[in-house]
Design a protein. Structure first.
Lengths: 660, 186
C-alpha cells in the first residue's frame, strides 16, 4: 500500500504549538508511507489540489490528513480523494487541532502527540478497504411539529416548494404565542392581522394536512424514510362535521374554568373555540371540566349542536405517516415567575406577566382592549414594567438573555401611552438589548416620544399600600433607592424550553442543551440542521428568538428540506455493521441491544437462525459489535482489527518497543 | 467628585476581598438588587452596589473609608436577592474587618459600640447592659444617647445594676484570648 500524509498548519492554529515539518518528517518512517508533507491550509483550494496532485504523481492509494476535527472537514477531504480517483473511505483524518494544538501549550509534547495521532491514522488506513454507499429513495413528504409562526412559515414554504406537508399542533389551534400578542415590534402592527392570513393559508393549502390537538407518539426510520405515529387527542367533537358555529359555547353551563388562551385572566366554557381566528375553527371539549365527562350529567352541547357532531365517547386516535424529513418548531414556554419571592408569588392580583398584559391590550382579549387591572377593574395610572424576570439570573438557573423582552417591554410602554394618555410607565431594566433593524430607535422612541421612565436597576420588593403596590427598586445610575406607587406591575418574563421538548427530543434523537433548547448541528454554519440527518430546527425551540428570526429560521429549515427532497435518491453511509454469517451462532443478543431496530433474524439455507443488518436503518453506533460474543458482527470502517491496530500504534507491545 | 485612576486598580485588594469572603466578585453585573432591598441605603455614602463596583475597580481607599461599611446592619437582604448568588453581606463584613485592620473607622460611634459590647462579653461572659451603656457613653461622648428609654428599661429589669453571674465566663474569655493570639482566624 502507498500512503500519503499531509500535515496542516491551519495558519497558526496548529503550527503555533506543533512542529508540523517535524511531524511530517516522522510520518515518512511509518510503514507504507511513501509521501509526506506539511501544508498551510489543507482545506483550501491549493491545499486540496496538492493532495490530488500527490495522489496522482505518487500513485497513492490512501491519504492521511492531520488537521482539525473530522466534524469540520472530513467530507471536504473525502471528496478531494474521490476527485483524485480513490475511494472516499481510503482516507483517514488525525485531529491535531482540537485534540492537540488548542489544548496544549508545550510545543515539544504537542509535536509528540501529533506524531502519535498520525501514526494511529496510518495504522488504521492500512486496514481500510473501499466501501460503496447504497442508494435509496426518499418519501416526498415533510412533517412539521408545532404550528407557531416558525412552523407555519416552514410548512407554507415546503408546500409552496411542491412537497406534501403534515403539520401537527399540540393545542387546539395553530398560531402559537404570536396569536396571543396584540401588536408586534418595531412596527406596532397588529399581530393577528399579519399572522391570520398565513394561518388561513395553512388551512386552505392543498398540500398541507393539519392535525391540531395532536402530538408525536413515536418516530422510527431514518432520513428520507421516517415512520411517524401521531396521536390525535380526543376532542369529543367530530371535526369532520363541526363548522365552528359556536352555539355550543354559548349554551355550555360549565364556563368557570380558567382560559389558557387568555393566560387565565378570564374563564372559558368547557366546550370552546380558543379565539375567533382559530385555525382549525372547531370546538373541543375540555375533559377536566366538562360536566358530562366528569359527572355524567348535562349533555347540553349535544342537544343544541345543529350538526350533531358532539361525541362524548371519542377516543384518542393514532395516525401513521411516512415522511422524508422532519422540521421541529415546538417553540418555548414563559418562565414561571412564582419562583421569585420579591414579586409576591401570586399574592397580589395586580402583578401580572407580560403575556397577560398583552391579552389586556388586545381587542380580542378579556377586556376588549381596555387596560383594566385584574383586582378591581380600574384603569391603572402608574404602571411598572420589570425586565429580566427569569433571564440573566443564575439563582434561578436562567443565566441566558431571552433576547426579546427589552423590545416587547418598549412596545408595551408605547401601547400603554396610546391606550391611556394620562398614564406613566416606569421600566426597570439592567441593560437594553436591542440589536435588530430599527430596534434601538424603537426603544429610544418609547423614552423620548412616549415618555416612558426608564430606571436602570432592579426591583427588590413589592408590597401593597392602600389599593396600590409599592415598588421599591434601585436606580444604579443615580446610586439611590427609588420607590413607585404602582397601580399595575408587569413582569417581563423570559423564555425557557417548552414543556415536553425533552421527551420529543428523545424520540427524534435531537439533543437538548443544558437549558432544554435543541442543539443545532453547528452554531454558525449549520444553524437549522441537527445531528440527526433529516431532522431540522426552526424557531425558539433552538433558543429564544423574536418573530423575524423565527420566520427566517422557518424558511431556512424549509429550504434545507426542499434541497434534501429534491434529490431522487440519497446515499446511505456504508460504515454500518455487517454480519459474518458462518461465524454467527444466532444468539440474538445484537437484536436485543440495537437501539435502532436495525438487526433482524433470518435463517440460513440450513434453517439456522442468523442475524442480518438492515443497512439503511443501521446508524453505525457499534453497540452490536461489542455485544456479539463471537465477534461475528463488525462495524465497517471501524472493525476490531482497525481499532486494535490504532491502540497498538499508541501502546506498542513492549518487545517491539525495545526492538525499535 | 473624585476621579479614580483605573490603571492603578489595586489587584491585591481585590484578591484579598475575594479570598477572605470566598466570593467571585467578577460575577456582579450591577443589577442593583442589593441597593434596592437595603434598609440602610438612605444613610449610606456609597450604596451597596457602588461598594461592589468600587471593589471590582480596585479602589481600596474609597472602599475602606466608606461609612456604609459601618452602617451595614448585616440583615442579608442583599445576599438574599443577589441573582448571581454573591454573599454581599459577607463582602461588606470582610471590608469592615479590613477597614478596622487598616485603622479606619469612619463611623467611630459604631466601632466604639461594637468594641464596648465585645469588651463587656469578654469580661462578664455575656453582655452586661448597664456597663455596656456606660462604657459606650463615656468613650463615645454621646452621654444622652437613648437616655429616654432608660426609665422603661429600668422598670422592666432590663438594666440591672450588677452583672449576671454566668457559667463558663473563663471559657468565653479564653476565646477572646485565642483570637488575640491569632488562633481563631488562622
Amino acid at each position: 500500500m502507498r500512503i500519503g500524509v499531509f500535515i496542516c498548519h491551519c495558519g497558526s492554529n496548529i503550527a503555533g504549538t506543533v512542529d508540523c515539518p517535524k511531524v511530517a518528517a516522522k510520518a515518512l518512517t511509518y510503514p507504507d508511507v511513501v509521501f509526506s508533507t506539511d501544508t498551510m491550509y489543507a482545506c483550501s483550494e491549493p491545499g486540496q489540489d496538492g493532495i490530488i496532485a500527490a495522489v496522482k504523481e505518487q500513485q497513492l492509494d490512501g491519504v492521511v490528513v492531520a488537521s482539525c476535527t473530522p466534524r469540520m472537514h472530513e467530507q471536504t477531504f473525502r471528496r478531494a480523494v474521490e476527485r483524485a480517483g480513490l475511494n472516499r473511505y481510503m482516507f483517514e483524518m488525525a485531529n491535531i487541532r482540537e485534540h492537540v494544538s488548542w489544548i496544549g501549550k508545550i510545543m515539544e509534547d504537542n509535536t509528540i502527540k501529533a506524531q502519535e495521532l498520525v501514526r494511529m491514522a496510518v495504522e488504521k488506513l492500512r486496514r481500510n478497504r473501499p466501501l460503496i454507499p447504497k442508494r435509496f429513495e426518499t418519501v416526498k413528504r415533510v412533517l412539521v411539529i408545532g404550528g407557531g409562526v416558525a412552523g407555519i412559515q416552514a410548512a407554507l414554504d415546503c408546500a409552496d416548494g411542491g412537497q406534501e406537508v403534515v403539520l401537527i399542533e399540540r393545542e387546539q389551534s395553530i398560531g402559537g404565542k404570536m396569536a396571543k400578542l396584540d401588536k408586534t415590534f418595531p412596527t406596532v402592527d397588529c399581530s393577528s392581522c399579519v399572522l391570520g392570513p398565513k394561518m388561513v393559508d395553512i388551512a386552505q393549502h392543498p398540500k398541507i394536512t393539519l392535525y391540531a390537538c395532536a402530538e408525536v407518539e413515536s418516530v422510527g426510520g431514518y432520513v428520507g424514510n421516517f415512520h411517524i405515529t401521531i396521536r390525535r387527542k380526543a376532542t369529543y367533537v367530530d371535526w369532520n362535521v363541526c363548522n365552528g358555529c359556536g352555539l355550543c359555547l354559548e349554551k355550555c353551563p360549565s364556563h368557570k374554568h380558567p382560559d389558557p388562551f387568555n393566560e387565565n385572566l378570564c374563564t372559558a366554557p368547557s366546550i370552546n373555540i380558543p379565539f375567533p381566528q382559530a385555525i382549525p375553527k372547531k370546538a373541543a371539549i375540555n375533559p377536566q371540566s366538562c360536566l358530562k365527562l366528569t359527572q355524567g350529567k348535562c349533555g347540553i352541547c349535544a342537544t343544541v349542536c345543529p350538526l350533531k357532531c358532539i361525541d362524548y365517547e371519542q377516543k384518542d386516535e393514532l395516525v401513521d405517516v411516512d415522511v422524508g424529513a422532519v422540521i421541529v418548531a415546538t417553540g418555548y414556554d414563559l418562565f414561571d415567575w412564582h419562583k421569585y419571592p420579591q414579586y409576591g408569588q401570586g399574592r397580589y392580583p395586580d402583578i401580572i406577566t407580560s403575556m397577560q398584559y398583552e391579552r389586556l391590550l388586545s381587542a380580542s382579549g378579556p377586556t376588549g382592549g381596555q387596560i383594566k387591572r385584574p383586582s378591581d377593574g380600574k384603569e391603572p395610572k402608574n404602571i411598572v414594567f420589570i425586565q429580566c424576570v427569569g433571564s440573566r439570573d443564575r439563582s434561578v438557573d436562567r443565566p441566558y438573555c431571552s433576547g426579546f423582552c427589552c423590545m416587547y417591554t418598549a412596545k408595551q410602554a408605547i401601547l400603554t401611552k396610546d391606550h391611556l394618555p394620562d398614564s406613566q410607565s416606569f421600566v426597570f431594566y439592567m441593560d437594553i438589548r436591542s440589536p435588530g433593524k430599527l430596534y434601538d430607535e424603537f426603544t429610544r422612541r418609547a423614552m423620548e416620544e412616549y415618555g416612558a421612565h426608564y430606571v436602570r436597576g432592579r426591583v427588590s420588593m413589592i408590597y401593597p399600600q392602600d389599593d396600590k403596590l409599592l415598588v421599591r427598586g434601585a436606580d444604579t445610575l443615580a446610586g439611590t433607592q427609588v420607590e413607585v406607587q404602582a397601580d399595575l406591575v408587569v413582569l417581563a418574563v423570559g423564555a425557557e424550553a417548552a414543556a415536553g421538548a425533552a421527551q420529543l427530543g428523545e424520540k427524534l434523537r435531537v439533543c437538548p442543551d443544558q437549558y432544554g433548547f435543541f442543539v443545532e448541528s453547528h452554531p454558525k454554519l449549520k444553524p437549522v440542521e441537527t445531528n440527526t440527518a433529516g431532522v431540522y430546527l426552526a424557531g425558539a425551540c433552538q433558543g429564544p428568538k423574536d418573530i423575524p428570526a423565527s420566520v427566517s429560521q422557518g424558511s431556512a429549515a424549509a429550504a434545507k428540506v426542499l434541497g434534501l427532497l429534491s434529490k431522487k435518491e440519497l446515499e446511505s453511509d456504508p460504515a454500518v455493521a455487517r454480519v459474518n454469517q458462518p461465524r454467527c451462532v444466532g444468539c440474538g443478543k445484537c437484536i436485543q441491544t440495537c437501539p435502532f431496530g436495525a438487526i433482524k433474524e433470518v435463517a440460513d439455507r440450513f434453517g439456522n437462525p442468523k442475524a442480518e443488518v438492515i443497512d439503511t436503518v443501521c446508524q453505525g453506533c457499534g453497540i452490536c459489535t461489542v455485544t456479539c460474543p463471537q465477534g461475528a458482527i463488525q462495524l465497517e470502517h471501524f472493525t476490531d482489527n482497525q481499532i486494535l491496530a490504532e491502540v497498538q500504534a499508541l501502546c506498542p507491545p513492549k518487545i517491539f518497543a525495545n526492538y525499535e | 467628585m473624585q476621579t479614580f485612576d483605573l490603571t492603578t486598580a489595586d489587584q491585591d485588594f481585590i484578591a484579598e476581598v475575594e479570598s477572605r469572603s470566598h466570593q467571585n466578585l467578577k460575577t456582579c453585573y450591577q443589577c442593583g438588587n442589593c441597593t434596592a432591598g437595603c434598609p440602610y441605603t438612605f444613610a449610606y455614602d456609597y450604596s451597596v452596589s457602588q461598594i461592589m463596583r468600587l471593589i471590582q475597580a480596585g479602589q481600596k481607599e474609597a472602599v475602606l473609608q466608606s461609612r456604609s461599611l459601618w452602617l451595614c446592619g448585616s440583615c442579608q437582604s442583599c445576599t438574599t436577592r443577589c441573582p448571581n448568588l454573591i454573599d454581599v453581606a459577607l463582602v461588606m463584613d470582610v471590608c469592615r474587618h479590613m477597614a478596622r485592620e487598616a485603622g479606619y473607622a469612619t463611623e467611630r460611634a459604631v466601632k466604639v459600640f461594637v468594641d464596648s459590647f465585645l469588651k463587656s462579653v469578654e469580661r462578664h461572659g455575656r453582655a452586661y447592659e448597664m456597663g455596656l451603656m456606660v462604657a459606650y457613653m463615656t468613650r463615645s461622648g454621646r452621654i444622652f444617647t437613648d437616655v429616654d428609654l432608660a426609665p422603661t428599661a429600668l422598670m422592666r429589669g432590663k438594666l440591672p445594676f450588677k452583672p449576671h453571674p454566668v457559667q463558663g465566663r473563663e471559657q468565653v474569655a479564653r476565646i477572646f484570648e485565642r483570637f488575640r493570639q491569632g488562633g481563631i482566624n488562622g
